[in-house]
Design a protein around this ligand. Sequence first.
Ligand code: HEM
Length: 137
Amino acid sequence: MIILYSLMFLGGYISAAGLGLTCPEWPLCPNGIMPDDEYFIEWTHRLVAATTGTLVIATMVASWINKNSDKKIKITSSLATIFVITQITLGALVIDLKLHAVLVAIHLGVGILLFSMVLLTTLFAFRIAKISLQSRI
Ligand code: HEM
């Protein structure tokens, strides 16, 4: 949740500060894996996006493998996976099409949907943990 929130905050900063095209290539910036001062913010947005993607997909896999996991959590974590993949693909398109306004707006919209699904997954996970603790007492 915190990582995703920081990512959205960073995206908002990139957009408002007009830094969207400081790193014009995809998936890496022109100087490869390590960031340079001029690409730092955009590079961080992509690194945090990759971390978020990995965590969201891992959560979905865990929810499907775990026999005790609730149907609701499977649904929200799978939707989060769909949104995170869409969002990363959209990120690449936003760069490719030089910050087309409609795409930037969709990038924001899918980001909010992704945030909602991650929030619901977290809430369900805590609720299930609480119920199983109570049933042991
Ligand atoms: C889970 C993945 C991601 C999330 C949640 C996310 C979220 C966001 C958010 C909330 C914004 C601000 C939008 C606005 O203020 O209108 C933004 C901006 C941006 N994102 Fe992402 N993003 C993700 C992945 C990516 C990736 C992988 C790329 C590029 C390869 C990317 C490129 C951009 C760019 C260029 C902007 C700035 C657009 C502008 O200057 O107007 N994003 N992102």
